[in-house]
Design a protein around this ligand. Structure first.
Ligand code: ATP
Length: 516
């Protein structure tokens, strides 16, 4: 991360704590690694994200229904899914700093450094040539870029091969050959690379009865697969159809940093879409497009997203792509869209001994459906929104403010009602205004300090509207509405307030955009 970006990121983390968005878990005991609690504003933002996702799935698609499965599942589930044997990360320790890293992440960072060098050359040339710059041509012909690109290709090829074969010795050799150093100690004194299973285990039942080792689910998807027949039969669902779920997942991540980007306890929003064998690519494309549209509809900036197709496919997948978002530490995965074939249902059929098939009345035949999965982390989504919303602005007259330009639909508080002074009947009038709004919009009330200070407090949590009740209000039934982003103030009749706010914060407007 560049120094200034790192600074801004640190400020964002501090801001999240200061304004009740995210706290370190068990903070009075000095916290717990990579576990966080959401505060009073964080939980509202998070709930709004979940509502946007849930409704985009279950309201906008009549053939998608939701479930809420348990975190604990029968241990054989994780045998069947492959997690017991293969949900591993390759880890490596630096003997001097005693810090632990993911070998694949160290190599990917190295690839990222080469990409940055290429980008620097491109940016320099862009500046030099101005409007006449042909980027594609430059990338194909510039000597230095070609040199870097060749280096990147060779490293990438070697790395992909090692990951595909899970060749741990080769991963270590790449780290040595690339002269990758530990960011803490600066040395190349590495241990061998080992496999590390990411699942948390615990025991169920008393030991006298013979306790059973069970796992905290590392993904919510399996709860959907094992309920496929239940939902299909009781809901009389016809293929193609989907099952959506939001819930906690747990992974004992080796390197847990970057705030809520990589946590040990996090939340996923997953949807498994069951289709006819042979039609999976069509649906893969549909979900790829739809999910990107869902992200872009929030207006964080279209150029902040990109697809990243997987070169290394999981053994069960026949296509996979990530939607990446430009975080302060580079483009990072926020969501995965995977074509999982019939792997999961077949595995569960085999391990449970139950027939898990669908009778297709149109084809007059039974088959094991294929699956397209969309899987997004609530916390990563939260982080991407906060990163793009956080702004430090210099104002005229030497003043400054910190503002969260959150999409109004997601903002934790939609409006704050403020009596200009705490007397003359203004608080009572403000209360009347609150009563008009509070059943539809999260509305807060603030009568402390100067209006300017109150505005700053609301800016800091991203409240789109501040509504001031003054002496004139008692006469003309109008209030002053101040817009968070433009800071412009306008007089609005109280009778028109509700509609004015609704237009900006009603998720229905977003859903309509998605259906265009
Ligand atoms: P990564 O490569 O970053 O570890 P992944 O490819 O293992 O992620 P998936 O298994 O595809 O992730 O999980 C789906 C989504 O769940 C991710 O896109 C991400 O948003 C979220 N997610 C996964 N692991 C974590 C984590 N440790 N903390 C927060 N969110 C996570």
């Amino acid at each position: 991360m560049a120094a200034t970006q790192e600074e801004t990121f640190k400020k964002l983390v501090a801001h999240c704590k200061e304004y009740g968005f995210v706290f370190p878990s068990s903070e009075i005991y000095d916290g717990l690694g990579a576990v966080y609690d959401y505060g009073q504003n964080g939980v509202e933002l998070k709930n709004n994200i979940k509502q946007y996702w849930w409704n985009s799935m279950t309201l906008l698609h009549q053939n998608i229904v939701g479930i809420d499965a348990s975190i604990f599942m029968h241990p054989t589930v994780w045998k069947a899914s492959g997690h017991v044997d293969a949900f591993n990360d390759p880890l490596i320790d630096n003997k001097d700093s005693k810090k632990r890293y993911r070998a694949d992440v160290l190599i990917e960072d190295q690839l990222g450094k080469i990409e940055e060098k290429i980008q620097k050359e491109v940016d320099k040339a862009k500046k030099r040539f101005g409007d006449n710059f042909d980027e594609a041509m430059f990338r194909q012909t510039n000597g230095r870029v070609l040199e870097y690109q060749a280096k990147w290709d060779a490293l990438h090829q070697r790395y992909s091969q090692a990951m595909n074969d899970m060749n741990l010795d080769e991963l270590k050799q790449i780290i040595l050959d690339e002269e990758i150093v530990c960011p803490i100690s600066g040395t190349r004194n590495w241990t061998d690379v080992r496999q590390f299973n990411l699942m948390f285990a615990t025991e169920m039942g008393s030991t006298a009865d013979g306790a059973m080792k069970i796992y905290l689910r590392p993904e919510t998807a399996q709860g959907i697969f094992v309920n496929f027949l239940n939902v299909q039969k009781t809901g009389r669902m016809k293929i193609p159809f989907g099952i959506a779920q939001i819930g906690k997942a747990f992974r004992n991540e080796i390197v847990a940093r970057q705030f809520v980007f990589r946590m040990r306890e996090f939340e996923q929003m997953e949807m498994q879409f069951f289709v006819r064998p042979g039609e999976e690519m069509k649906w893969f494309e549909y979900w790829k497009q739809f999910r990107l549209k869902w992200h872009k509809a929030l207006g964080l900036g279209d150029d902040k997203y990109r697809y990243h197709d997987h070169e290394k496919l999981a053994h069960y997948a026949n296509a996979a792509t990530d939607i990446e978002f430009l975080m302060p530490f580079g483009f990072k995965e926020v969501e995965g869209i995977h074509s999982r074939t019939n792997f999961d249902l077949s595995q569960h059929a085999q391990f449970s001994g139950k027939k898990i098939e669908y009778f297709d009345p149109e084809l007059n035949q039974s088959y094991t459906p294929y699956v397209i999965e969309t899987s997004i982390g609530v916390d990563r989504m939260f982080l991407s929104i906060m990163c793009s919303a956080y702004k430090e602005e210099q104002l005229e007259g030497g003043d400054s403010r910190v503002v969260l330009s959150l999409p109004p639909v997601l903002a934790p508080v939609k409006c704050c009602v403020m009596p200009l002074v705490k007397k003359d009947g203004l608080p009572e009038k403000a209360q009347e205004v609150m009563n008009l709004l509070k059943f539809d919009f999260k509305t807060s009330y603030d009568e402390k300090d100067s209006i300017g200070k109150r505005y700053r407090r609301q800016d800091a949590i991203g409240t789109p509207f501040c509504i001031t009740v003054d002496h004139d209000t008692l006469v003309d039934n109008c209030v002053t509405v101040r817009n968070r982003d433009t800071m412009l103030q306008e007089r609005v009749n109280i009778d028109n307030l509700h509609e004015m706010i609704r237009k900006e914060v009603d998720p229905k407007e977003l859903y309509r955009k998605l259906m265009d």
